[in-house]
Design a protein around this ligand. Sequence first.
Ligand SMILES: Cc1ncc(COP(=O)(O)O)c(C=O)c1O
Length: 387
Amino acid sequence: MSVYLNNAATTWPKPACVAEAMAAFLSRGGANLARGSSSERDMGTLNSVLDCRMRLAAFFNGYEGRDPRYVTFCANVTEALNIVLRGFLKPGMKVLTSSMEHNAVMRPLRRLEKDGVVVTLIRSHRDGLMDMEDLKDKLSKNSFDLMVMSHASNVCGTIQPLKEAALLCRDAGVPLVLDTAQTAGVLPLDVSSLELAALCFTGHKGLMGPQGIGGIVWKPDFALKVEPLVTGGTGSYSHLESQPEDLPDKFESGTPNLPGIAGLNAALEWLETTGMKTVASKEQEIGAYFLDKLKIIDGILLGGKQDMADRLPVFSINVKDMDNGILADLLSRAGFETRPGLHCAPAAHRSLGTFPEGSMRVSPGYFNTKTEIDAFLKALTDIIQES
Ligand SMILES: Cc1ncc(COP(=O)(O)O)c(C=O)c1O
């Protein structure tokens, strides 16, 4: 069995309760959502979906007293961002984003740019932090319709000064959309006090759920201004041929990923019982252990922040004179799973000075041990010495 050090791609393993809840849904529940009568199985599905919606509204401190209607389910954060960006931005509108974004933000924006949306990038420093002076300057000189940013980098783990950015956007009257792919379930997130227009999340990373489930927590008045990307059957308002305006139906056409919702609900319950702080501090501890030992290996080039302050345990590494793909392959043969390349984030790599070669990303997680880290670092040292 190999050692998994690729938690920024997806956390693994998952708590056992996740697979159990999904299997229970498929074998004992399994009714569709709002598309049956009121049988026990129908009510079981209805309650399980509502329970997960309520849990998410509470987890992210949603609007209107954590009203679960303002939680939308979709496949992942990529789809969530597409729903928000493509549903809101119209030709001629101006959107601000950072130069550290994942393609989940960049590609929808570049596509919208072809339709006449104006995209402006905020510069970033070499440590991956957004240049706040540039943000202030841009906000003061232009009127933007939207800002979208990721909370933390999937390439180098740098955590952005979200509170400061949210305040600047609020004062400038610019709705802020947040990509929480790397931070949901890891850092506290409070949609209402940050006054976010939309928080987009994915279930399979820090939230510890399965792949294929994610969503949006909306500011109600912002959701009103967004056109649905997909329209169709919702199991409600069946007399209408037009899409319902009410949430959650407005953005949830077609049968949702019900086993995924059951799995995510179990994962959230696990996170609540274990304690998000406990999980995050164990991850930080293993990250600090890794970084201390990594720094003393000769020939290592670390991208982004050089210490553990304001960062997640996501490390972007290059070894002098060695292709990071070859390095990752050698490590994989030695039993260690990492991720080389550009991590779907060419703009972030440009900002960090690692484009086009990319880096090898190492992202330990909650279930890793110090013994595994020691074994990885020994394998890395051996490869460097033999090269
Ligand atoms: C910052 C960031 N945004 C978006 C995504 C896309 O996540 P998903 O594939 O779950 O939609 C990722 C995944 O790595 C990410 O790290």
